[in-house]
Each structure stands twice: as C-alpha cells, then as structure tokens.
Design a protein around this ligand. Structure first.
Ligand code: ATP
Length: 277
C-alpha cells in the first residue's frame, strides 16, 4: 500500500486536545479461555487524546484485549485474566471498583451496528442514561441528544425525525447512532471493534472523520483489519501476533507513521505490507 497517501487524507493527531483527556494503561495482561492462554503479558499505554489502532492477523487476541479494557472479558464464563488496566491512575479491576463505573467510563462500539431497532433515534441516544441511573430534565435530554448526534456526525441527517425508529437508518447511520449512544454517558475512552467492517467505503469515511473529531474529547482505541484505515486515523499503533498457536503478544508498537514507513520488526513490515494475515 501507499501509506503516505493513506496518512495524508485525515489529520491523525487532533490539534487541540482537551487537557482532561484520559490515558489507558494495560499492564502485563494475560488472558485465558478455559485452559487456553490467548494473550501473554501484553502491556500497552494508550495515550490521552490519541487514536490507538490494534492491528494483527485473525485470532491473535486483539478483540480479547479490547474487551479486557472495559471488563467485558469477564462476562465469558470460562474466561480469566491476570494483569492490570489503569484509567488515568485508577485500576479499573480494583476490588472496590464497580463494573458499571468501568463500563460508563470506557464505552464500546461493536463491529455490527446494534441500535435498539424499535426504539426511536432519540431513545437510542438516551438509553445509556437509564442503565447508569442518570437523571436529566426534558431540556437537558434534548440538549444531550443534539450534542451527541452532532458529535456522532448524524445530527443533520436525523434532526427532523428523532422519533423515527433507529432500525430504519442505513448501516452507516446506525453505527453513528451507536457512537452517539456511547457518548451520552460521557465516556473518557471509546473502544471500537472493527466499527466499519460492515460498512461501505463512503460510510467508512464518514465514521473515520467522526473518530478524528471525537479524539479531541475522548481517547479512542480501535481494532481494525484495514491497514489504510489504521494509517489514516491512528497516531499510535500496536501490532499483535500469535505465532503457531502460541498466545498473542505485541510485536511492535509506537507511532503509526513510523510503524508503516519504517517498522523495526520484519514481521511488522510483512504484515503492514500485506505479505501475510
Ligand atoms: N468466547 C471465547 N471462547 C473461547 N475462545 C475464544 C473466545 N473468544 C475468542 N476466543 C479465542 O481467543 C483467541 C483470540 O481471539 P480474538 O477474537 O481476541 O482474536 P482477534 O485477533 O480479535 O481475531 P479477529 O481479528 O478474527 O477478530 C482466538 O484463538 C479465539 O478462538
């Protein structure tokens, strides 16, 4: 691929980052499903205000790592983990920390858009408030719906039909609705697991532009198989690999442009240039 072309389309680093942005620090993460170890002592700092892309071949543990970052891994009955995840100096796995707090602070957008199809667009955006028990007046809710849909890059397309069902939107619009829904509880980090893989190139580009805008106020971690996308949107990159059935590790991480143009490890070079995976 021509990584220079890919990196010039959208600015990778927001120019005016919010000083209150949070960093996420994963330390020595090891993960198992039953007896099977799928990640081995993976450490990664995801800097405040950056978009960090997790790349690597299928099955190397990227999604597992992402789910560990907001305590979703523990929902799988056979799953176990060791290590720590620190959100701006606080361990999200500390025994006194509530699961709901971690989920509120660290939101997730999935591969397949998953709005509540029968709920209206407005109700979808506000759905997280009920789950977190947040009280708001009608006018506060109206403001929140508008600001989240603006940030999600969807407001102009839906402002005249906020009471229409979320399921009636196109796939790309549904994904932006899911982003808006995540933003309503004011997360400090947004995790995105292949958020564009079910979308056409135009919708993908709109979501990428939305992500770059959002990075001004929320730290973003994205799993993607699309190398052009990683190069276009991320400023930091981590390359995961699970060689020959061994648990996944990070082979190389750092500045995205450097990793694409001048990788330190031959395996990174082979992967980003499409020679395997
Ligand atoms: N719920 C589960 N139960 C058992 N094993 C699982 C489960 N989820 C994932 N695994 C296994 O853990 C390993 C890592 O999977 P994971 O989905 O994290 O990889 P990935 O790099 O995200 O893959 P892909 O790019 O294909 O989504 C794989 O071997 C997978 O089969």
């Amino acid at each position: 691929m021509n990584s220079t072309d890919a990196t010039t389309v959208i600015p990778a680093v927001p120019e005016q980052a919010d000083p209150l942005l949070a960093s996420l620090d994963a330390r020595e993460i090891t993960a198992w499903f039953g007896e099977r170890k799928v990640l081995d002592r993976v450490s990664l700092t995801m800097p405040a205000g950056a978009i960090t892309a997790l790349i690597g071949p299928s099955g190397c543990g990227k999604s597992t790592f992402l789910r560990i970052l907001n305590r979703m891994h523990e929902l799988v009955p056979s799953a176990q983990l060791a290590g720590e995840v620190w959100l701006d100096g606080e361990d999200i796995y500390h025994p006194e920390k509530l699961l709901i707090e971690a989920r509120r602070a660290i939101g997730m957008v999935f591969q397949k858009p998953n709005p509540f199809p029968a709920m209206s667009i407005r109700e979808n955006v506000l759905a997280g408030l009920k789950l977190t028990g947040t009280k708001a007046s009608r006018s506060e809710k109206d403001d929140l719906v508008e600001s989240c849909l603006v940030k999600g890059g969807l407001w102009n397309e839906v402002k005249d039909r906020l009471d229409a069902p979320g399921g009636g939107l196109s796939g790309g619009q549904q994904q932006r609705l899911c982003i808006a829904r995540s933003l309503a509880v004011k997360p400090r980090v947004l995790l995105m697991d292949e958020p564009c893989s079910a979308l056409d190139p135009t919708s993908t580009r709109v979501i990428e532009e939305t992500m770059v805008e959002l990075a001004r106020e929320v730290t973003i971690v994205i799993v993607t198989h699309n190398m052009q996308q990683a190069a276009r949107v991320s400023s930091q990159c981590a390359f995961f690999l699970a060689a020959h059935g061994t648990p996944g590790v990070i082979v190389e991480h750092g500045d995205t442009r450097a990793m694409f143009e001048n990788p330190r490890d031959e395996r990174t070079s082979d992967y980003v240039h499409g020679r395997f995976g």
